[in-house]
Design a binder for this molecule. Structure first.
Ligand code: ZN
Length: 296
């Protein structure tokens, strides 16, 4: 045999093992290893936090169905892709709701978007869903997300308002209530948009952080407080709602009607997209923004 003689192997082995034994006895070295491992752990956790959020986009309707829903679905997917902030799965019908929104199935998601939903949705466990959001998830809704679950007070309480009525579509000048919030920091002091403007009920100014509002009725211009968009904490969960988003040309800068016309400029849609993207990122905890009510 042309290998190393046996006694030589033993010596070599001791040479390797002894420093390891010495090392095990050395407390300070051991604690630095522990430090190093926790550093690795911290790095892994921060890497995880930077992972895109997983969102469910729900477009099921039990009342009025907006023609802008396919546009909304497309825009939300694109915003997630372009920003890298989130990925989306869709819940478009009752069967998908039954499969993807059980409490067990929701475990893999960071939040849910109600994009122009209406009516009493067949959630497998609606109170369980509210509690799931409250446990620290993101809940985002656009436009008729407030025309949803009228007969289920815990939903209204979570959202912070409830659709009452609307009149003819109209151009409004929304007041920017927080020029630092990710949902509104790109906007000037006011944001002009042409849309179907909702009048809300069961809204409590002292329970939400206002983002956009009107200081007069959208149609008859009587002075008053007319909320348009807001955010709020809900337990450990984060809720962002904007009542804008009836029209396709609010959502999509490229949309035109069959005559090639739009009511909103491309810039208005681009601003709306930043508005909802910022709101989603805030709700996912990826962007900082104030959620304390401005009036107590
Ligand atoms: Zn509408």
């Amino acid at each position: 045999m042309n290998g190393v003689p046996f006694n030589k192997v033993s010596v070599e082995r001791v040479k390797i093992i002894r420093p390891i034994l010495e090392f095990m006895k050395n407390k300070s070295l051991r604690s630095s290893i522990a430090c190093f491992s926790s550093l690795i752990c911290a790095f892994a956790i921060s890497a995880q936090a930077a992972m895109p959020g997983k969102l469910l986009v729900v477009t099921v309707t039990k009342g009025f169905r907006h023609s802008s829903i396919p546009t909304a679905e497309k825009v939300l997917g694109e915003l997630g892709q372009k920003s890298g902030a989130f990925t989306v799965d869709y819940v478009r019908n009752d069967q998908e709701m039954a499969e993807k929104m059980t409490l067990a199935a929701l475990r893999q998601y960071d939040g849910v978007i109600f994009a122009n939903t209406t009516g009493d949705l067949p959630l497998p466990d609606r109170q369980g869903f509210i509690d799931w959001v409250k446990s620290g998830k993101a809940f985002v809704a656009m436009h008729s997300g407030s025309d949803t679950f009228h007969g289920f007070p815990p939903y209204i309480e979570m959202l912070g308002g409830e659709f009452q009525t609307h009149h003819a579509q109209v151009a409004v000048e929304c007041i920017n209530q927080d020029t630092k919030h990710p949902a509104t920091r790109h906007l000037d002091a006011t944001f002009r948009v042409f849309d179907e403007i909702y009048i809300q009920k069961n809204f409590h100014r002292e329970q939400v952080h206002g983002l956009l509002a009107l200081n007069a009725h959208p149609n008859d211009k009587t002075p008053g407080d007319y909320p348009i968009a807001w955010c709020k904490m809900f337990g450990k969960g984060r809720v962002f709602y904007t009542s804008l988003g009836h029209r396709e040309d609010v959502w999509d800068p490229d949309w035109t009607d069959k005559n090639g016309k739009r009511e909103n400029s491309r810039e208005v849609s681009q601003a709306y997209q930043k508005h909802i993207l910022g709101g989603i990122q805030w709700a996912l905890g990826l962007e900082k923004g104030d959620a304390t009510p401005q009036t107590k």
